[in-house]
Write a protein that binds this ligand. Sequence first.
Ligand SMILES: Nc1ncnc2c1ncn2[C@@H]1O[C@H](COP(=O)(O)OP(=O)(O)OP(=O)(O)O)[C@@H](O)[C@H]1O
Ligand SMILES: [Mg+2]
Length: 370
Amino acid sequence: MATVELQNLSKIYEGGVKAVDNANISVQDKEFLVLVGPSGCGKTTTLRCIAGLEEITDGELTIDGKRMNDVAPKDRDIAMVFQNYALYPHMSVYENMAFGLKIRKYPRSEIETRVRDAAQILDIEELLERKPKALSGGQRQRVAVGRAIVRKPKVFLFDEPLSNLDAKLRVQMRAELASLHTRLQATMVYVTHDQVEAMTMGDRIVVMRDGVIQQIGTPLALYNTPVNRFVAGFIGSPPMNIMKVNLKESSGGLVVDDDGLQIDVAAVHQDRLRSHVGRDVLLGIRPEDLTYAEETRGGAIKASVDVVEPLGAETHVYLTVGSNTLIAKVAPDVDVRVGTEISLRPNMDRVHYFDVETEASLTQAAAATV
Ligand SMILES: Nc1ncnc2c1ncn2[C@@H]1O[C@H](COP(=O)(O)OP(=O)(O)OP(=O)(O)O)[C@@H](O)[C@H]1O
Ligand SMILES: [Mg+2]
């Protein structure tokens, strides 16, 4: 059993940088929680506060209900895996994995059992006598994870553990870490700036920006109901298209209006948007919610094609509409040519609306809970 609770936790570095601003996170027992956000948003600092490597400026950290603010890192029963692996170059893989147990004075036989068990789980039994320099990046990564596993900690912390690996290995290690989590049934907090890693690995995701938590939710909740423009743009690839449009009232209800573009607002969104009639709003459309339309009549966006990227399974099309640029995902067999004009029909039930000033979602009920 291991829960981790951050209550109104803040970290201000000497010099005044507020790296974490009033964070509230409840990591549940056996949960795989991912912290994601752009460089400098406070992910590593949050993790280091949990590990005890940084002093907490304000707020509370509890593990299994016990206050940890003033508990030494070694007494927190946590293991952290760093981006650069931090293996000892002069020690063999076995010694690297055994080291943490040795300094904690575990009996030799217990150390041997734990290292061999971890090596088996990670499929590195053949490498135990090698030095780190004789290993590939992926193998080093496994050793770094092995060093954490042998400790049997309550909580695992990972700080961008895959970012030094090439793209293919990253995908493989991603799956391995996910299955390791299932196997160990441990509580894990995982930091990455890669939204694909966050989406594919996390039970829940915490999106951070400038030290402030923007939204916490399951991958699909963040994708389907982002509470603001930042989360909407961060989750999903290619990112959501954002257009500034005017909201007008017509005989049939509300319409969005922009340079020659007029589309009916879906029934599900009408009520929430009524107070914004006559004003500009930000319209968010995911590339996958734009469908290639043969004819241009009613409800379609006319756009000129700038770039076509065939990816095999799908094609990404970069377009200009008035003063906006858009990206659309279309089926690979659609014949789209650069320099021509095409029509796209947005799935209006699935689009998002944001306030121009605050960038908060106007249509997600959850917007109130940022
Ligand atoms: N020891 C420090 N002293 C002062 N400021 C720091 C220190 N460490 C980090 N910061 C600042 O705190 C903020 C958060 O840094 P942090 O390393 O937590 O970001 P991050 O989200 O992990 O970024 P990255 O994705 O680049 O690793 C940044 O503005 C950073 O410059
Ligand atoms: Mg970091």
